[in-house]
Design a protein around this ligand. Structure first.
Ligand code: ITT
Length: 196
C-alpha cells in the first residue's frame, strides 16, 4: 500500500518521510522520470491539489503533495505561491535569499514579520482529495544563520526559539514547522475518516 510523495524538492522529501516514519508509515518519492506538474494555480491549496491528483492518476495510487511558500508582511505577502521561483526561472535557494534581502533592504526589524504557509493535498484513486494547512510565524533576518533545512530557512528567525529554521535540527523543525502542522492536520483528517 504505497503513498507517493509528489515533490521534486529533496528538503521536503526529507521532512515528510521523517514525519511519516515516526508514525510507522512508509512513503516513496515520485520516480525520477515522472513528468513535471505545472504549478499554474494562484493558491497553495490549488497547486498542492493539482500536483497530488496528477501523480495519483498517473501511478494509480495515493499521492501526497505539499505546496508552500513564504509570505512577507512588508512585501504584501510576496513571494507567496511564487516562492520557489522568486528570483527567476533558474532560481536557486541562494539567489532567492539574496533577492529577499535586497527587497527588504532598509526595512526595520519590527517590520520584517513573515510566515511560512503549507498546503498538503492527499489524492487517492476514486476518493475526494483531502487538503490541510499549516503556518509558522517568524521574522526575516538581515543575514543568513545556519546550514540546516532548505530554501529560506537560514533567514527565517523564530522568536520562540531565538534561532532560525536553518539552525535547528530536522526533528525540531518537524515539531513546529508549517509543513509539520499541515501534515498533522492531514493525519487527523484520515483518522476522523476511519472513525466515521
Ligand atoms: P515541488 O513543487 O516539487 O514540491 P518546489 O520547491 O517547487 O517543489 P513549491 O512550489 O511548493 O515547491 O515552492 C515552495 C518554495 O517555498 C520552496 O522552493 C522554498 O523556496 C520555499 N519553502 C517552502 N517551505 C519551506 C521551508 O520549510 N523552508 C524554507 N523554504 C521553504
Amino acid at each position: 500500500n504505497k503513498l507517493l510523495l509528489a515533490t521534486r524538492n529533496q528538503g521536503k522529501v526529507r521532512e515528510i518521510a521523517s514525519f511519516f516514519a515516526e508514525l510507522g508509515w512508509h512513503v516513496e518519492p515520485v520516480p525520477a522520470d515522472a513528468p513535471e506538474v505545472v504549478e499554474d494555480r494562484d493558491t497553495f491549496a490549488g497547486n498542492a491539489t493539482k500536483k497530488a491528483e496528477e501523480i495519483s492518476a498517473l501511478y494509480h495510487c495515493p499521492a501526497l503533495a505539499d505546496d508552500s511558500g513564504l509570505e512577507v508582511d512588508a512585501l504584501d505577502g510576496r513571494p507567496g505561491v511564487y516562492s520557489a521561483r522568486y528570483s527567476g526561472e533558474n532560481a536557486t535557494d541562494q539567489s532567492n535569499n539574496e533577492k529577499l534581502l535586497r527587497e527588504l533592504d532598509g526595512v526595520a526589524e519590527n517590520e520584517r514579520g513573515a510566515r511560512f504557509v503549507s498546503a498538503i493535498a492527499l489524492a487517492r484513486p476514486g476518493l475526494e482529495t483531502l487538503v490541510s494547512f499549516g503556518t509558522v510565524e517568524g521574522r526575516i533576518l538581515t543575514e543568513e544563520r545556519g546550514t540546516e533545512g532548505f530554501g529560506y530557512d537560514p533567514l527565517f528567525f523564530l522568536p520562540s526559539h531565538g534561532q532560525t529554521l536553518g539552525e535547528i535540527s530536522l526533528e525540531e523543525k518537524n515539531a513546529i514547522s508549517h509543513r509539520a502542522h499541515a501534515l498533522r492536520a492531514m493525519v487527523d483528517m484520515l483518522k476522523a475518516e476511519e472513525d466515521a
